[in-house]
Design a protein around this ligand. Structure first.
Ligand code: NAD
Length: 424
């Protein structure tokens, strides 16, 4: 493969991790391997300068990105991240993982991602709005409901999506709700979007538990992250008869052998901003989280949490990757060798992008579905996707992660092959 001149090399960057994952899947792709370099090259990467007049009158410049990694199967789909560490390398990797995720669940999308190198918590609301509007205008050259559809990610939310939708619409002279997803409900957003990722974690977990002989009823669950994803996944497992014995967030690690009362914990979190000090559980040392007796682990906080050392001591039989990239490759190998099943992020947390797809479909049709319709359709898509990956893993005697990559890469490269190379 010809090396890309515009990304720094190094074995620990997000892009190099992604390339290693592609190297791992290559031997399984047969004749399609001829096309695999498609996945090692982003189709399009746009870097934009965003000048911003600050509230004090000074002018600052911020760096923004939008990368469309692969569009062979449809328009690009992927979030917009506002974070001080955003750079081209990270956005490229995140866009590539969206390509894999959309194909693994068989959504008619390619992969894209965007971001601005900024700490959004250091801006006033007015500055944030002006930053978002200028960024949207700059990337307006390449986004659009049939081209590339952004969504929220770390540091952005429904309000930012509303500004993006409005800016794009102003530039086109008509309201175009389908240009972004994750919007407020009253602006073309979808019911069920907020809880979709946690729900998808539960659905994929339910299917894999059933096939691995793991009983959910009575199972001991450990959850890292009690935010959007972790809290909903935990709630659904408890509704199915499991008990959450340990929960960790950025502020504390809580343990209760009889099961933590999630309703009481949510109420505590709502008034205290985090879970520290909750009276219904014992506070334990953060590293003790990993050695707690558990049947199912749900990392739903940050990337890079399951190291090889932690993988060695985990007592669970099943890991459900709610977060993106929580497991290091060497820890993944350790878990596989210890007989622990890992449901990889590209399928486990795809419930969010699946309901984003529903939002886009509803916007295009200007016809909106009920929450139960949305949940039923998502259950069907996620269940079918999970079973397909499970069967592929059995057929190839490989991990679920490798199987998910095989399924996704086959779909992407078949599309690539059949479209052919223009101009031939
Ligand atoms: P969130 O901000 O709602 O919650 C994050 C949680 O992680 C919080 O409880 C926070 O306290 C906790 N946390 C932060 N730092 C921690 C630390 N050092 N140790 C332990 N806990 C820590 O975020 P979210 O939307 O729930 O996203 C969680 C993960 O899921 C992220 O990796 C995200 O990329 C991924 N994800 C989210 C969605 C979605 O739809 N929200 C979709 C796909 C993937």
């Amino acid at each position: 493969m010809d090396k890309l001149s515009y990304v720094s090399e190094g074995s620990t960057t997000a892009w190099s991790t992604y390339l290693q994952q592609i190297d791992r899947v290559a031997p399984y792709l047969g004749d399609l391997t001829r096309w695999i370099d498609t996945l090692r090259h982003p189709k399009r990467a746009l870097i934009v300068d965003i000048p911003l007049q600050m509230d004090d009158g000074s002018i600052r410049h911020f760096e923004g990105f939008r990368v469309q990694h692969n569009l062979s199967r449809g328009p690009g789909k992927g979030g917009v991240r506002y974070h001080p560490n955003v750079d081209l390398n990270e956005v490229m990797a995140l866009s590539a993982w969206m390509t894999i995720k959309c194909a693994a669940v068989n959504l008619p999308y390619g992969g894209a991602k965007g971001g601005i190198r900024v700490d959004p918590f250091k801006l006033s609301e007015g500055e944030l709005e002006r930053l978002t509007r200028r960024y949207t205008s700059e990337i307006g050259l390449i986004i659009g409901p049939q081209k590339d559809i952004p969504a929220p990610d770390v540091g952005t939310n429904a309000k930012v999506m509303a500004w993006m939708m409005d800016t794009y619409s102003m530039n086109h002279g008509t309201t175009i709700t389908g240009v972004v997803t994750g919007k407020p409900i009253h602006l073309g957003g979808s019911l069920g979007r907020e809880k979709a990722t946690g729900r998808g974690v539960y659905i994929t977990g339910r299917e894999v538990a059933r096939r691995s002989g793991i009983e959910i009823e009575g199972a001991k669950i450990a959850v890292q992250g009690f935010g959007n994803v972790g809290s909903e996944a935990a709630r659904l497992f408890v509704a199915a008869g499991a008990r959450v014995v340990v929960i960790q967030d950025h502020s504390a690690t809580l343990f209760n052998a009889n099961g933590i009362d999630l309703t009481a914990l949510s109420e505590w979190q709502a008034s205290n901003k985090n879970i520290a000090g909750f009276p219904g559980a014992e506070e334990i040392a953060s590293e003790a989280f990993w050695s707690t007796q558990m049947d199912i682990l749900i990392p739903a906080a940050l990337e890079g949490q399951i190291t090889r050392e932690r993988a060695e001591i985990l007592s669970c039989k099943l890991v459900l990757e709610g977060a993106n990239g929580p497991t290091y490759p060497d820890a993944d190998d350790m878990l596989t060798s210890r007989g622990v099943t890992v449901v990889p992020d590209v399928i486990c947390n795809a419930g969010g992008v699946t309901v984003s797809y529903f939002e886009w479909v509803q916007d295009m049709a200007s016809f909106f579905w009920s929450e139960s319709e949305i949940n039923d359709r998502m259950d069907k898509i996620m269940t079918e996707a999970m079973i397909h990956v499970w069967d592929k893993a059995s057929e190839k005697s490989c991990s679920l992660r490798t199987a998910a990559y095989i399924v996704a890469c086959e779909r992407i490269l078949m599309a690539r092959k059949d479209r052919g190379i223009y101009p031939g």
